[in-house]
Design a protein. Structure first.
Length: 100
């Protein structure tokens, strides 16, 4: 759980750095179905369509202070280790949503 929380904070920070002034974190839990859903959505500048696959590469980043872009790739791997799914949806100029 701590690992997921750190990934969520990293994704939220990315949104803020992308100019978001609205950030929504939704956590849904179902004990009956043994299910946890997490969604992080922002209204930042979004990710260009041609970069969507690149941002999932752990060695790709647009940052100048950190030479790796581990946030999304590690979150995706954490979801897979829990037999979960990972979805990244983004529209340039409208924002980004990450769901696990």
């Amino acid at each position: 759980m701590r690992e997921l929380a750190l990934h969520i904070l990293d994704i939220a920070e990315n949104g803020i750095n992308a100019g978001a002034d609205l950030l929504e974190i939704l956590v849904e839990e179902s004990f009956r179905d043994n299910l946890l859903r997490i969604s992080v959505r922002d209204n930042g500048r979004g990710i260009p369509k041609e970069m969507i696959q690149k941002v999932l590469d752990p060695f790709y980043t647009t940052r100048t202070t950190r030479r790796v872009g581990l946030g999304l790739s590690l979150m995706k791997e954490a979801a897979k280790r829990c037999d979960g799914d990972f979805q990244l949806e983004s529209k340039e100029g409208c924002g980004t949503e990450v769901k696990i």
